[in-house]
Design a protein around this ligand. Structure first.
Ligand code: GTP
Ligand code: MG
Length: 217
């Protein structure tokens, strides 16, 4: 849950990258780490096995100041996608303020995507988080591979949730996904906590502060 410390003028939110095994969650965080200015992001922590499968989670902290003098801290996590790590996913999801679901676009991954989406829904609910209301975006990654589901089909199937195509390994679609996640998070916090009114943090400032330090590539 978003933490607001008025005395310290500090706001902390937790964003979780969820999805099936090997869909590219860790790759998304690595790309963000590479693209964001070192002044805005901290050290990325990765807890994985010898073959690069996430064992517990990855963690990337992002911090920026607003004109109104607030420090905004975003804590980005990935879950381990392999089916056996179910209980770890639930723990990582606890207290999430927004979720990015990273799907694998290959047709062969369709059932793994669906399983993971239901798993996310169940884990959000068991953490007492409103599945319908939590800000979420979906990324269809690995567009570079053969036999991927066409975007028209994807968009027809996902009417209410924004979807983004990506080739995360090349950094394509990573920022677009993240920007929309931030936009939805800001809107959600604004509705609940009067973000713009009480803290003077407008959507433009929120997005600009995180994304403007992007390195030109
Ligand atoms: N072809 C292709 N490969 C990708 C893409 N994104 C990631 N990969 C590769 O897919 C593999 C898995 O990526 P990860 O980011 O580790 O996947 P993950 O979702 O974190 O997997 P778990 O930690 O097991 O849940 C790696 O070999 C990546 O290099 C992409 O857009 N295209
Ligand atoms: Mg991973």
């Amino acid at each position: 849950m978003v933490q607001i410390h008025m005395a310290a003028r500090e706001i902390t939110a937790k964003l979780v990258y969820y999805g099936p095994a090997l869909s590219g969650k860790t790759t998304n965080l690595q790309q963000l780490h590479a693209l964001l200015d070192p002044g805005a992001r901290g050290k990325m922590v990765t807890l994985d096995t010898a073959d690069d499968r996430t064992l517990y989670f990855d963690f990337l902290p992002i911090q920026f100041g607003t004109d109104g003098g607030f420090a905004i801290k975003l804590k980005l996590f990935t879950v381990p996608g392999q089916v056996m790590h179910k209980s770890t996913r639930k723990v990582v999801l606890a207290g999430a303020d927004a979720v990015a679901f990273i799907a694998d676009s290959q047709r062969s991954s369709q059932s793994a995507n669906a399983y993971s989406w239901r798993d996310m829904e169940a884990n959000l609910r068991s953490n007492g988080i409103d599945f319908e209301k939590i800000p979420k975006v979906v990324q269809f990654n690995k567009r570079d591979l053969p036999d991927v589901k066409p975007l028209e089909e994807i968009r027809a199937a996902w009417k209410d949730v924004p979807t983004f195509p990506a080739v995360a390994i090349r950094g394509e679609g990573v920022i677009e996904t993240f920007r929309e996640l931030l936009r939805r998070l800001h809107r959600h916090l604004d509705e609940r906590h009067g973000f713009a009114h009480n803290f003077g943090v407008s959507e433009e400032e929120f997005l600009g502060a995180v994304l403007s330090p992007l390195r030109s590539r």
